[in-house]
Design a protein around this ligand. Structure first.
Ligand SMILES: C=Cc1c(C(=O)O)[nH]c(=O)[nH]c1=O
Length: 310
């Protein structure tokens, strides 16, 4: 059973890696991911300067997944760039740098700095952070997204990707696809980020469960799987020649299989990784391989994007 994935001009040894933001803020976390069965590593979204993030409690696990309003706590771009300088690319596991600047200028400054370094690390620009008060999600502003992507192309001459928020309407899928298809070096989209601004209520305390934004936060886990699969399948259809990375609701080989069937090139794990740790990757990969064996598939190419309609 071959779980390898060939994309971005390289072949990675498997198809699973972390969702940005989970188990990836500190170097020791990143090294633990690299040492695990994860097939790639992506860093916590970086801002130009370090950030403490929102007041705690800002993350809460629920029976169906998670809610978070972290507020972009991160060590700052230089920390992750330094890690990218020392990263062992020879392992065959790609390193992705997630960038989430607080302004277009900041995103372009980080992209230009990365371009100057000429490192193999691939940028995934976050258009979808739902938890910085006062900063609407770029990905929900089509004109701003169009302008940003023009600026990214000018700032960075290599291949890059974007992390998209979930969309919920065919008109929005079409509008975003029309914009994304203008950019040949935009090689992949990662669908989806958390479903923004959900509210989890604790009936015992009769209170919300996280402090920021009066309890509003991004949802992950079981809550988001159908939305994630819809976004993967729609953008897989609408973005010919680009890759779609699936993210959302993956906790076993079953959901990984669903994402790939929907068209995902590779699959990220967030909430499940947060609670299980990097051992989740070998478990999920084993479950996926077993599922493929039972179904008679020897590689991901044998079923990627083959979701049947009725
Ligand atoms: C980069 C900020 C994000 C955060 C955060 O740091 O609050 N949480 C998410 O669920 N998605 C994000 O993109």
């Amino acid at each position: 059973i071959d779980l390898s994935v060939t994309w971005l001009g390289q072949t990675m040894p498997g198809c699973l890696y972390n969702a940005s933001g989970v188990w990836c803020r500190e170097e020791d976390e990143l090294e633990a991911l690299h040492a695990s069965a994860a097939a790639a590593v992506i860093t916590k979204s970086a801002t130009l300067k370090p950030r403490d993030g929102n007041p705690e409690p800002r993350y809460c696990r629920t029976p169906l997944g998670s809610i978070n309003s972290m507020g972009l706590p991160n060590r700052g771009f230089d920390y992750y760039l330094d890690y990218a300088r020392r990263y062992r690319y020879g392992s065959g596991k790609p390193l992705f740098l997630s960038l989430s600047g607080l302004s277009l200028d900041d995103n372009c400054a980080m992209l230009r700095r990365l371009a100057e370094e000429g490192l193999p690390a691939v940028p995934e620009v976050n258009l979808s952070c739902p938890n910085v008060p006062g900063k609407p999600q770029l990905g929900y502003d089509f004109a701003a997204t169009a302008e940003a992507l023009e600026a990214f192309d000018a700032a960075y001459s290599g291949l890059y990707g974007v992390k998209l928020p979930p969309y919920f309407d065919p008109a929005h899928f079409a509008a975003m696809a029309e914009i994304l298809n203008r950019h040949p070096r935009l090689a992949f989209v990662t669908c989806i980020n958390s479903i923004g601004n959900g509210l989890v209520v604790d009936i015992d305390s009769e209170a919300v469960v996280i402090k920021p934004k009066d309890g509003l936060g991004g949802l992950g886990g079981d809550y988001v799987l159908p939305t994630a699969l819809a976004n993967v399948r729609e953008f897989f259809r609408l973005l010919p020649g680009k890759d779609v990375v699936g993210c959302g609701g993956v906790k076993s080989g079953r959901e990984a299989f669903m994402h790939i069937l929907a068209g995902a090139r590779a699959v990220q794990v967030g909430t499940c990784l947060y609670h299980e740790g990097p051992g989740a990757f070998s478990r999920i990969a084993g479950e996926l391989a077993m599922l493929m064996r039972v179904k008679g598939y020897r590689s991901l190419d044998a079923f990627r994007g083959r979701l049947r309609t009725l």
